[in-house]
Ligand binder design. Structure first.
Ligand SMILES: [Zn+2]
Length: 171
């Protein structure tokens, strides 16, 4: 069973080469139904100051569990398949709660599994170019993307819970 060092990863998933940027990605070994749990994350909780001290490689993996706190691995040996999900502007996975990633639609065998980093990021530590090639591609992915009404409408309950709370307060 492909268990990463800190996170549980569904045995229906495997690491593969992403067609998007040629880097690593996560792929379905078999068909997966909407709502199925893909990964339950384990990790450390730390602040942005600690984040800035991580190596450039390790900075790729943490996500926000509050505006000031991040969650993720802090050592190379703790990194597993659960850390290899790529961003997509048309994702097929999202968060059920702070640590649980689920399928947001049915996924076919061989498909790459992606989520939208807007679902779990609220700070400027995130500033990347997207080349997902989807119709809705935002090109630049920023920590403020959760504020985009179209994304709030599309992802509804698939944001990390504290972001869902922030969205409710905006309205
Ligand atoms: Zn994109």
């Amino acid at each position: 069973m492909p268990i990463s060092k800190m996170s549980w990863v569904s045995p229906k998933l495997k690491e593969g080469k992403s067609p998007v940027e040629g880097g690593r990605g996560v792929f379905a070994r078999t068909n997966i139904k909407k709502g199925e749990v893909l990964t339950v994350y384990g990790g450390y909780v730390f602040d942005i100051k600690k984040f800035k001290n991580l190596s450039e490689y390790l900075k790729d993996f943490p996500y926000h569990v509050s505006d000031k706190l991040l969650f993720g691995p802090i050592r190379n040996q703790e990194i597993g398949i659960g850390e290899f999900y790529n961003h997509s502007c048309e994702p097929n996975a999202g968060f059920r709660d702070c640590i649980t990633l689920v399928a947001i639609n049915n996924i076919k065998r061989g498909e790459e599994i992606t989520f939208d980093y807007a679902m779990c990021m609220t700070s400027n530590i995130l500033n990347l170019r997207c080349q997902c090639g989807k119709k809705n591609c935002r090109k630049k992915i920023r920590g403020s993307d959760w504020k985009i009404p179209a994304l709030q409408k599309r992802y509804k309950e698939y944001f990390i819970p504290f972001i869902t709370e922030k969205i409710k307060k905006l309205k």
